[in-house]
Design a protein around this ligand. Structure first.
Ligand code: ZN
Length: 139
């Protein structure tokens, strides 16, 4: 059985939007916001982007990293490089589409990740066992 290619994303059945699906993404097309800190990024949140960006592309949306490491956060996996915020510059995308993208990224990343569309961006964190920042405080 052939390996599934991550950029060959099937169209979410609930969608009615007329968007091109199956688009390929070039990792170089991922944009960085001006304030994004990458020092301390963990491979788990890098994986989140590698998985999520093709989903954005599949629905015709560009992908922006708007926040990654936030050293000054207290109760957030951003502090430990395990969470990343993504957004698209396409503000005409419907909430329905954005929630479908949220569900699709969650499905692809699996249960060790938590994907949430809120406050007009996608927050994606790697949080095995749903322990939040606790393992990092005990380390
Ligand atoms: Zn976030």
């Amino acid at each position: 059985m052939a390996k599934q290619r991550p950029w060959k994303v099937a169209r979410h059945e609930a969608l009615e939007e007329k968007v091109e699906v199956g688009a390929q993404v070039n990792i170089a097309d991922i944009q960085f916001g001006p304030e994004v800190i990458v020092d301390g990024v963990k491979r788990q949140s890098m994986r989140a982007i590698v998985v999520a960006a093709p989903v954005f592309a599949a629905y015709g949306l560009d992908c922006w990293i708007t926040s990654w490491v936030r050293p000054d956060d207290d109760d957030s996996l951003h502090k430990y490089g395990m969470a990343v915020d993504l957004d698209t510059s396409n503000k005409s995308a419907s909430l329905k589409l954005l929630l479908a993208i949220e569900a699709e990224i969650q499905h692809l990343l699996g249960p060790n990740y938590y994907v949430l569309y809120h406050k007009s961006h996608f927050h994606i964190e790697c949080d095995p066992g749903n322990q939040g920042v606790r393992p990092y405080l005990e380390a």
